[in-house]
Design a protein around this ligand. Sequence first.
Ligand SMILES: C[S@@+](CC[C@H](N)C(=O)[O-])C[C@H]1O[C@@H](n2cnc3c(N)ncnc32)[C@H](O)[C@@H]1O
Length: 216
Amino acid sequence: MNQSTIPTEELKKTINVRYAEEANKSCCLSCGGALDKANIQVGECFVDLGSGKGMDVLKASRVVGSSGKVYGIDFTNEMIQVAESNRKKLKLENAKFIESSIDSIPLESATADVVISNCTINHAKDKTAVYKEIYRILKSGGRFIVSDVLADTKLPDEVTGNPEAWAGCYGGAIPKEEYFNSIRDAGFTEIEILEESKPYEKGGVIVISLTIRSFK
Ligand SMILES: C[S@@+](CC[C@H](N)C(=O)[O-])C[C@H]1O[C@@H](n2cnc3c(N)ncnc32)[C@H](O)[C@@H]1O
C-alpha cells in the first residue's frame, strides 16, 4: 500500500509551496538519467510526468521534431509558467505543458510512445494510480523510463506522516519491493533496473535512486 495518512489537499499544497519557490532557482531537481536512457526517436509522442521547468520536455521536443509531439505534466502552476515561457522563447510548437496531477492525466488513452518521469512519483500518495495512468496513456509496445527516490527500508511514521518530508523528496519514498508491486499492479510485467545508486542519506533517512524501464 502506498497510502499516507496526510490529507491529499494538504500534501499537494505543501509540495506546491516548495516547487513554487524552486521554479525561479537554477538548481537541478532530478535524481537520475531518465531522459538519457529514453532513446527518443523522431516522430514519437513523449510525455514527462512532473516536468518542472520543462528542460527535459524541451530537449525531447527537438529530438522528436515536427512530426512528433511532447507534453509536460505538472501540478505546480509556477513550474508550468516557467516551462511555458521557456517554450515560447525557443519557439517550440510541438511542445505543450499541462497543469495537472499525474494520477489523473488529461491525455487520451494509447497516446504516448514514451513516458518519462524524474524525481516525481515519490511525491504521489498512490503510486499504483500513477503507474495505471502511465499504462493507460502508453501505446501498446510503448515504454516508460522513470528515475525516482526509493526508501532503503520502510520509513518511520514520523517521516511518512510529515508533509514537508514528502515535499523534500523522501517522505513518500517506499522500499523497492513495494514500489515494484505498485508497477505490477498497474499492468506492467517486466521491470528493468537501468541505474541504481548506493544508499545515501536524505532528511535523516536512507534512500536510493533508481532508473527503471518497462514496456506495455
Ligand atoms: C523534483 S521536481 C523534478 C522536476 C523535473 N522532473 C526535473 O527533473 O528537473 C518534481 C516536480 O514534480 C511536480 N509534482 C510533484 N508531485 C506531482 C503530482 N502528484 N502531480 C503533478 N506534478 C507533481 C512538482 O511540482 C515538481 O515540479
